[in-house]
Design a protein around this ligand. Structure first.
Ligand SMILES: O=C(O)c1ccccc1NCC(=O)[C@H](O)[C@H](O)COP(=O)(O)O
Length: 223
C-alpha cells in the first residue's frame, strides 16, 4: 500500500476529502511566498482538526531554530518536511531539537542528483524526491512540474522514497509503474488554481491510483 501525502492544504473540507480517500499524510506549507502558505495559528487549527486521522506534515524551507520549536510545540505536527538547502547536519539537528519525524526533500533533474540521497538516509525518516525549481519560480516546491521518473530505475531498490513533482490523475499510473515509489506526494495536480484545492481532482487522483493498483495486481497474477 502506497503512502499518499496531499500537500498545501488550507481548508477543513479538503482535509476531510483527502482523509476519506485514504491519504496517509497531510502537508501544510509555511513559506510566505507560497500561495499555499498558512501561518502558525492557522496551521495549529488545521492540525487540531485532523485529530490523528492522518499524519500531519509542516512543510518548511531552511527553518530557524525558533520556527522549529514553535512547529513542535505550539503547532504539534507529526512531521517536518525540509524543502530548502538543509545539510545532513542541519537535518539531524532539526530532528534532535524537535523530536519530530523528518522528511528531507531533494530535487532531481539528472542521474548525478541521485548521489545526494545516500548521505541523508541515516538522518531522516523519509526522503522525498521532487523536481528542481524551474528558472523564474520563487517556490522550491509545488511547481507542478515532473522530472524524468526513468532516472529512478537506477536507484537501489532498498531506498524507499516518496515521489513528488507534477503528479496528477492522468500520469500517476505511469509514475508508479516506472518509479516504484514507497509513497506519493501531490499538490498542484489536485488544485483548480495555485493554493485552491479541488475536491473533484482529489477524488479523481485517488480513483486513478486505485486503477493503477488494480492493473498492478492483475500484472502480478499473470506473471
Ligand atoms: O507547495 C508549495 O507551495 C511549497 C512551497 C515551498 C516549499 C515546498 C512547497 N511544496 C512542497 C511539496 O511537498 C509539494 O507537494 C511538492 O513539491 C509537489 O508539488 P506539485 O508539483 O505541485 O505536486
Amino acid at each position: 500500500m502506497l503512502d499518499v501525502k496531499i500537500c498545501g492544504l488550507s481548508t477543513f473540507e479538503a482535509i476531510d476529502a483527502a482523509i476519506a480517500r485514504g491519504a496517509s499524510h497531510l502537508g501544510f506549507v509555511f513559506f510566505e511566498k507560497s500561495p499555499r502558505h498558512v501561518d502558525l495559528a492557522e496551521m495549529a487549527e488545521l492540525v487540531d482538526y485532523v485529530q490523528g486521522r492522518a499524519q500531519t506534515v509542516a512543510v518548511t524551507v531552511d527553518p530557524s531554530d525558533d520556527l522549529l520549536a514553535r512547529l513542535a510545540g505550539d503547532v504539534g505536527v507529526d512531521w517536518l518536511q525540509l524543502h530548502g538547502s538543509e545539510t545532513e547536519r542541519r537535518v539531524a539537528e532539526a530532528k534532535a531539537k524537535t523530536g519530530l519525524k523528518v522528511m528531507k526533500a531533494l530535487p532531481i533533474a539528472g542521474i548525478d542528483d541521485l548521489d545526494r540521497i545516500e548521505p541523508y538516509r541515516s538522518v531522516t525518516d523519509a526522503i522525498l524526491l521532487d523536481s528542481k525549481r524551474p528558472q523564474g519560480s520563487n517556490l522550491p516546491g509545488g511547481n507542478g512540474l515532473s522530472f524524468d521518473w526513468r532516472l529512478l530505475t537506477a536507484l537501489d531498490r532498498d531506498v524507499p522514497f516518496m515521489l513528488s513533482g507534477g503528479l496528477d490523475s492522468d500520469n500517476v499510473e505511469e509514475a508508479v509503474r516506472i518509479a516504484r515509489p514507497a509513497g506519493l506526494d501531490i499538490s498542484s495536480g489536485v488544485e483548480s488554481a495555485p493554493g485552491i484545492k479541488d475536491i473533484g481532482r482529489i477524488n479523481r487522483f485517488f480513483d486513478a491510483l486505485e486503477r493503477a493498483r488494480e492493473t498492478d495486481v492483475q500484472g502480478e497474477d499473470q506473471s
